[in-house]
Design a protein around this ligand. Structure first.
Ligand code: PLP
Length: 358
């Protein structure tokens, strides 16, 4: 097993003559092993590990200059939106938020200042799907970078680099770690120059993970395929159970054949995962909060992608940083409930939800 190099600095042979490792903000052997694993699972040449998913996103935006423009998905993780609107817009970077369910929607926002397209698919929490190959074709036509947040799908279900993306980003905290015990992020890419630029940002800005966390993620990745298989099986059972429940109004899960982008999901994904959201026929926030507080196996918590099932209220938890007006415009209502379906016994999970919904 890869040792945990609990080491911040490395003895050098002579001044400026080191043996591959000098100082652990720049390189650490445990992190090197993990970065190679990151590259391998996304069919990429290079991987870089960061201290969180948002730190990985932060590094991508730091490729840009003031005045540059980004076309970003209108519906995505609230923390990404907060980083773009509250931090980087203060440094002169301009973001356009666009509904990317039709990739062509981005065309009208492309100017000579546009440098980057940022997308997330499936989206958190509405499970909307973007056609990565179609976005990549537009990006190449206009010489733009395309970065895909692949957190929800994981490399087991979808490989954006194979579909033409330039950078893949993950909140490793979620499925790659898989056990709700690590905060971490990563980037994968094929272009050597892009890797050099992002590595320079990684070591200059310093948002790197420690060796223990790298070790835990190396271990987590070993069971990714087995966990994902079960997340997909349980996800399908629970999505279908919810859809047939008389008190449930709508279920957002990208594996339903009548999902608006099912054809694209089927084309670019190898399965549909364990993430979903739903609303109740009784559309009051109070009723949603009652259900959220009534489950026993589904723990009420932020985050997702661990082996244990979680239930979450996006409007007041993971997506509270998006103004209500913006959220509801994209369909994220105050009564929406999000599930991260874990790998427990599916019947137990169904029983738990059935009891909570009543
Ligand atoms: C889709 C998505 N992207 C990015 C992030 C941010 O990752 P982290 O919390 O590891 O910083 C999250 C976290 O919830 C997420 O769900």
């Amino acid at each position: 097993m890869t040792p945990i190099y609990q080491t911040s600095t490395f003895v050098q042979e002579a001044p400026a003559q080191h043996k591959g490792y000098e100082y652990a903000r720049s390189q650490n052997p445990t992190r090197t092993a993990l970065e190679a694993a990151f590259a391998a699972i996304e069919n990429g040449k290079y991987g870089l590990a960061f201290s969180s998913g948002v730190a990985a996103t932060d590094a991508v935006i730091k490729l840009l200059q003031p005045g540059d423009e980004v076309i970003a998905a209108a519906d995505m993780y609230g923390g990404t939106y907060r980083l773009f609107t509250k931090i980087f817009s203060r440094f002169g970077i301009v973001f356009h938020y666009v509904n990317m369910q039709d990739a062509n929607n981005i065309r009208q926002y492309i100017t000579n200042k546009t440098k980057l397209i940022w997308t997330e698919t499936p989206t958190n929490p509405l499970m909307n799907i973007t056609d990565i190959a179609a976005l990549s074709a537009i990006a190449k036509e206009h010489k733009l970078l395309l970065c895909v947040d692949n957190t929800f799908a994981t490399p087991y279900l979808q490989n954006p680099l194979d579909l033409g993306a330039d950078i893949v980003m993950h909140s490793v905290t979620k499925y790659l770690g898989g056990h709700s015990d690590v905060i971490q992020g990563c980037l994968m890419m094929n272009d050597a120059q892009l890797r050099e630029q992002l590595y320079f940002i990684q070591k200059s800005c310093g948002a790197v993970p420690g060796p223990m966390d790298c070790f835990l993620v190396l271990r987590g990745i070993k069971t990714l395929h087995v966990r994902m298989q079960r997340h997909c099986e349980n996800g399908e059972k629970i999505a279908r159970f919810l859809r047939n429940h008389p008190k449930v109004e709508k279920v957002y899960w990208c594996g339903f054949e009548d999902h608006p982008n099912f054809d694209i999901a089927k084309k670019q994904m190898r399965g549909f995962g364990g993430m979903m959201s739903f609303t109740l026929k009784n559309d009051s926030v109070e009723e949603a909060k009652r259900v959220l507080s009534s489950t026993e196996l589904f723990a009420l918590a932020e985050s997702l992608g661990g082996v244990e099932s979680l239930i979450n209220h996006p409007a007041s938890m993971t997506h509270a940083s998006i103004p209500r007006e913006e959220r509801t415009k994209n369909g994220l209502t105050d009564s929406l409930i999000r599930l991260s379906v874990g790998i427990e016994d599916a019947d137990d999970l169904i029983e738990d939800l059935n009891r909570a919904i009543g």
